[in-house]
Design a binder for this molecule. Structure first.
Ligand code: SF4
Ligand code: SF4
Length: 112
């Protein structure tokens, strides 16, 4: 018993104070994808390769909209790989807990 206590005191704290002090994800971590709307050409390449189909392009009479849902995203990075404009990239953000599915949608639109 005394040995265990001694070892515990010697080791100290090895956990982080999450969520007060979130840990920073390492370089190369594949987290929340983000769309850089100013560069997007609405070509739909990312949507066509997304394995779970959580990116979709809608073309209305007056505008195009690209939507990405973090529900079901498997963080594979295919969207980032195929985007010819470099307008979609995976970030190091891993905090995606939400009370609603709608809060896990992101989209960008362009008028035609
Ligand atoms: S990371 Fe993969 S699953 Fe997530 S949106 Fe991109 S292609 Fe789809
Ligand atoms: S994010 Fe890239 S691949 Fe997807 S529609 Fe925009 S330009 Fe095309």
């Amino acid at each position: 018993m005394f040995d265990i206590l001694k070892k515990t005191l010697k080791t100290g704290t090895v956990t982080v104070n999450y969520p007060k002090k979130p840990d920073i994800a390492p370089a190369g971590f594949r987290g929340r994808p983000e769309i850089l709307s100013d560069k997007c050409t609405y070509c739909g390449e990312c949507a066509s390769v997304c394995p779970p189909g959580v990116i979709w392009l809608e073309e209305g009479m007056s505008e195009k909209t690209l939507t990405l849902s973090y529900c079901g995203c498997i963080f594979c990075g295919r969207c980032e790989e195929v985007c010819p404009e470099g307008s979609i990239r995976l970030t190091q953000d891993y905090e995606l807990a939400s009370k609603t599915k709608d809060a896990l949608l992101t989209s960008t639109s362009r008028k035609l």
